[in-house]
Design a protein. Structure first.
Length: 115
């Protein structure tokens, strides 16, 4: 199965592969799933467990269109210790970064579609 490309990204909506999503999502080579967090605008290790189990080389965090999603240093350090790079940027840029990495690195994404 080929990892899906993100077709478009607007505030509150993202097109991935042949589907459209109106909620936050996680993307890996094994597909797309809704992303519910313990705390609305803060990412915890539990929130990204499914992603990290895939052993990506890099995880891109789309922090929303105004950048309101927070990725704690503790999580970034943990990922680095596991050999996983993290890239954190507003979702409007993160989706383009994700697409550019497809086929070059084993990438996963955590995309917040609002704020």
């Amino acid at each position: 199965m080929m990892q899906p490309e993100i077709r478009y990204c607007f505030y509150g909506e993202m097109g991935v592969g042949d589907k459209n999503y109106k909620e936050d999502i996680l993307l890996t080579k094994n597909g797309v799933k809704p992303w519910k967090r313990e705390t609305e605008h803060r990412v915890s290790l539990k929130d990204v467990g499914w992603i990290l189990a895939e052993k990506p080389e890099v995880v891109v965090f789309g922090t929303g269109f105004a950048g309101c999603l927070f990725v704690p240093d503790k999580l970034k350090s943990y990922m680095r210790e596991q050999g996983i790079d993290s890239v954190i940027m507003p979702t409007g840029q993160a989706w383009e970064f994700y697409n550019k990495q497809l086929g070059h690195r084993k990438i996963a994404a955590c995309m917040h579609l609002l704020c």
